[in-house]
Design a protein around this ligand. Structure first.
Ligand code: 5RP
Length: 261
């Protein structure tokens, strides 16, 4: 690990490194997207190299697929692999039931498909991602470009009857142009501040024509691994109720990270 990482990145690295311990030889794995997931891909590639593990990977974005392939991981399409043993991904927020907001990196659609096609989903995060109630992070909603303004108006109308604190909706931009996802869709960010009933909101948003998927992951995540900058990690399993505290060595530089130094 590079020595000069900031505390948040050290925490993300610690969570990622611990989560990769769940990987077993022969597994079919979903690889998430984002900065925490990128650490996980690097740690996974290190284990695969050092232990000669045979794992098959499905990425949740072109970015992750490119990184994983560049590190020598076997990356296939979900259609080739069909069902996965485990997906490890980051999150923008998680609550005590391990319900999530995802999509800060605009990859929520593939992320939700891949996580849902997995026996188990592990979320890796720094402690700042834990919230008492979801909604401070703007909720990403993927919409098709055709008629997106109408879809936005329908989303705004829908929010009037929802238990939320804010109702502003913005189109995510990439410089001067609307952002395009890997599926060539747009992202609406819903500035809700507090979501009273995330399950209901997730269902209602997906009824709107033009909405492809929303970034609420309800009852999908099984385990969260929370990292701290000093390498401490906490592993919480929502199914067993078990909580384990652990310490991850913040390892010396290794050539799997050489391009980051
Ligand atoms: C991408 C995501 C990411 O997992 C989420 O945005 C967290 O990112 P990071 O690990 O960089 O904080 O949902 O669509």
């Amino acid at each position: 690990m590079p020595a000069d990482l900031n505390p948040i990145d050290k925490a993300k690295f610690a969570a990622a490194k611990r989560a990769v311990d769940f990987v077993e030889d022969g597994m079919k794995l979903g690889l998430g997207t984002g900065s925490t997931a990128a650490w996980m891909v690097r740690c996974l590639a290190e284990r695969v190299r050092d232990e000669s593990l045979r794992v098959t990977c499905v990425a949740t974005s072109r970015r992750t697929a490119d990184l994983a392939a560049s590190l020598g991981l076997d990356v296939r399409t979900l259609d080739e692999v069909k069902w996965l043993d485990l997906t490890i991904d980051g999150a923008d927020e998680f609550d005590s039931n391990l319900n999530l907001i995802k999509g800060g990196g605009a990859a929520l659609l593939q992320e939700k498909i891949v996580a849902t096609a997995s026996d188990q989903m592990i979320v890796i995060a720094d402690a700042a991602k834990e919230v008492a109630q979801l909604g401070a992070f703007p909720l990403p909603v993927e919409v098709i470009p055709f008629g997106w303004r109408t879809t936005k108006a329908l989303v705004e109308e829908t929010l009037v009857s929802m238990d939320v604190l804010g109702r502003d909706v913005s189109l995510r931009m990439n410089g001067e142009r609307p952002l395009l996802t890997d599926e060539s869709n747009h992202i609406l960010d819903l500035h809700l501040k507090r979501i009273g009933n995330a399950r209901q909101l997730a269902l209602v948003l997906n009824q709107i024509p033009g909405v492809v998927e929303n970034g609420l992951f309800i009852d999908i995540c099984d385990i969260v691994v929370i990292g701290q900058p000093d390498g401490r990690v906490s592993v919480r399993d929502i199914n067993t109720g078990r909580v384990e505290d652990d310490q991850v060595p913040l390892a010396p530089p290794d050539n799997i990270f050489a391009d980051l130094e």
